[in-house]
Design a protein. Sequence first.
Length: 115
Amino acid sequence: MKPLEYEGNTQSMRYEYHRVREGPNYFVSYYKNSSRLHYDPKDTWRTLGVAKFTDTGKALKEWCLLMDETHGVPQRERWSNGTDGASEASGRADTSFASEAMEEMSPTDETKMIT
């Protein structure tokens, strides 16, 4: 998907929020000639250092928290409920090799103890 860009991006400071289908959403920050990937919105905001207390830093913090609340929290709730697309609640049966191995009987299931 196309990354969502922070409105206050400049040539020396750039922040983007990437939404993905598989895996967690993430932020990419470019500040002081360093590019980093962040999963936590507060870590993204902390890249500014002491500049995080300026008006731009406060606006960036609000944007990061808004992006996480809008897109990140619903995704994590879906994962915790088990409706990520591979569960029985979503209509798709688990047909992986591991699920078949769990259903098989072990060799000791039908044994009897002689006393």
